[in-house]
Design a protein around this ligand. Structure first.
Ligand code: UT7
Length: 331
């Protein structure tokens, strides 16, 4: 029998602390009006000082396992999408594996910035459909507040912390991963990056003094690439799945900016009632963004058998991707 990967459990975790636009007004020269009109954001969540990327990922993973009615011993592999790992090494996946008490199963970090969840989902689909593993945890988790410069108004208003996880299995009721399209182009890598801390600019007094351990972004340029690449990825995915845009019941774009989300929806002729947004309350949580939104959509709306969800993302690298998930009964 053909093995078909599907998402059988979902969970997410958002830290308690809320950082509102009004809070940001007290830190940098900005205004609620500017932030909301340019991004659609009202507030975002921040992890506690002693709450790390692995802790949030583990909480989301426990929720997804519960939802899938699966024990951690039954999981074959852990994939973690993050740009804000606890350490450069060991991997955040290994730390989460320990928290889950998931014995000695393989655990691997994936670095594809805001597209990381889709890259993780693609790897999980391939591993499950090849027969190598029956159940894989794909976790997206970010503590972006650890790499945001709260003196830089052009970036600090945009990002938030949070995590989400899914169980990808070869059997059970859930969302079939019908199609996934991924892409990358490193030509304009410097438009969105965290410059120091790697082999090119190891940490030094000078990298610290020059604020090189914080996110740097050329917002307007990234905006244009994001709209173009997400439209392209979504089109590719629809074509591969042989589906017209009208067949999409819900679209979940990367939650970087409401104006980008609306531009994507408009290009596909999808009405706002079919676009799921969390950007107003969580901001941009990078790899976690579409995974958190997917969990909330599934918990809040009654998705019927046969309905299709389109997830589409774009991030540093640049990287991009789209996937079509179809609600199904046990196959
Ligand atoms: O997750 C990965 C992908 N990321 C994205 O897709 C993000 C893409 N980019 C964006 O979402 C938008 O470019 C931003 C939200 C980052 C910025 O919006 P924008 O409409 O492109 O603004 P801008 O950068 O062109 O800045 C316009 C003005 C500037 O002032 P001047 O030069 O016109 O006098 C900025 O200095 O707004 C100023 N500005 C601010 N003013 C108040 C920039 N940040 C702020 C701020 N508060 N927080």
């Amino acid at each position: 029998m053909t093995r078909r990967a599907r998402i059988t459990g979902l969970g997410s975790y958002l830290p308690e602390r809320v950082l509102t636009n009004q809070d940001l007004e007290k830190i940098v020269e900005t205004s609620d009006e500017w932030i909301f009109s340019r991004t659609g954001m009202k507030e975002r969540r921040l992890a506690a000082e002693n709450e790390y990327t692995s802790d949030m990922g583990a909480k989301a993973a426990f929720a997804a396992l519960k939802d899938a009615n699966l024990k951690s011993e039954e999981v074959g592999m852990i994939l973690v999408a993050t740009s804000t790992p606890d350490y450069v090494f060991p991997s955040t996946a290994a730390l989460i594996q320990h928290q889950l008490k998931a014995l000695t199963i393989p655990a691997l970090d994936i670095q594809a910035a805001c597209t990381g969840f889709l890259y993780g989902l693609a790897c999980a689909k391939a591993f499950v459909e090849s027969g190598l593993y029956n159940h894989i945890l794909v976790i997206a988790t970010e503590k972006l507040s650890s790499v945001v410069n709260y003196k830089d108004r052009t970036t600090c208003v945009l990002f938030g912390d949070g995590a989400a996880a899914v169980v990808v299995s070869n059997q059970g009721e859930g969302f079939e991963i019908k199609e996934i399209c991924l892409g990358a182009d490193g030509e304009a890598a410097e438009l969105l990056m965290l410059p120091a801390g790697g082999s090119r600019f190891p940490a030094s007094e000078q990298t610290v003094a020059s604020n090189m351990h914080y996110i740097k972004m050329e917002g307007q340029e990234v905006f244009k690439h994001a709209v173009r690449r997400m439209e392209m990825a979504a089109n590719d995915c629809l074509q591969k799945a042989n589906l017209p845009p009208e067949a999409i019941d819900w679209i979940i774009p990367h939650q970087a900016n409401e104006r980008i989300i609306d531009a994507i929806a408009k290009r596909f002729g999808v009405g706002s009632e079919r676009v799921f947004k969390t950007v107003h309350k969580y901001g941009n949580t990078s790899a976690s963004s579409i995974a958190i939104a997917l969990d909330e959509l599934v918990k809040q709306k009654d998705i019927l058998v046969g309905q299709n969800l389109l997830l589409v993302a774009f991030g540093a690298g640049f990287t991009w991707g789209a996937t079509i998930l179809t609600k199904q009964k046990d196959l």
